[in-house]
Each structure stands twice: as C-alpha cells, then as structure tokens.
Design a protein around this ligand. Structure first.
Ligand SMILES: [Zn+2]
Length: 93
C-alpha cells in the first residue's frame, strides 16, 4: 500500500511530507480573501495486506490505547480499574 498527496485542483501528486499542506503550484496565486488553493488529499494505492492492522497507520503504539469495551456497553471506570497500575493513564491538571 502506498500513500501520496494528491492536489484537489490539479491532480498533481507529491511524496508525503508533514511540512507540505498545499500544492506548491496551485497555492502560488493564493490571495488573502479567497479559500485555500491546492488543498492536498491523501491518495492510497495498492493492495491491503491480509494481516493489516489499523494501528500500523497510527502515530501512537497499540500498547498505549486502552481496551475499548464492545457489546453490553460496560462502564469505562470498570475497564480502568481492571488495568494494571503501569497501564493506567495518568491525567493531571
Ligand atoms: Zn495543484
């Protein structure tokens, strides 16, 4: 699977770069009183692996996500109590 940026106006594609938010060609004529020109979409191509895991795409490792209760809507506090001290998220402030 390959990810690339694609300009929503001219269809040019670019390598993924966190510093790139607008198409350089289309945003060149941007004026202050107009909507953004050359907004980039993410374009996916290729086949998904059979063992694809959505956590492979996220910037945070899987171990830092709490288990999400599914079915019978258990209360979150019960899940947090079941977690070990090392896994319990700490929220201060
Ligand atoms: Zn463009």
């Amino acid at each position: 699977m390959e990810f690339r940026y694609r300009c929503s106006q001219c269809d040019c594609t670019y390598e993924i770069d966190p510093a790139l938010m607008l198409c350089p060609a289309c945003s060149r004529g941007q004026t202050d009183d107009q909507p953004l020109s050359g907004v980039l979409d993410v374009d996916l191509s290729g086949e998904m692996d059979k063992d694809f895991d959505v956590f492979d795409l996220l910037p945070v490792e899987k171990k830092y996500f709490p288990p999400i209760p599914v079915g019978n809507t258990p209360l979150w506090s019960r899940v947090i109590c079941a977690m070990s001290e090392a896994e319990t998220p700490v929220h201060k402030g």
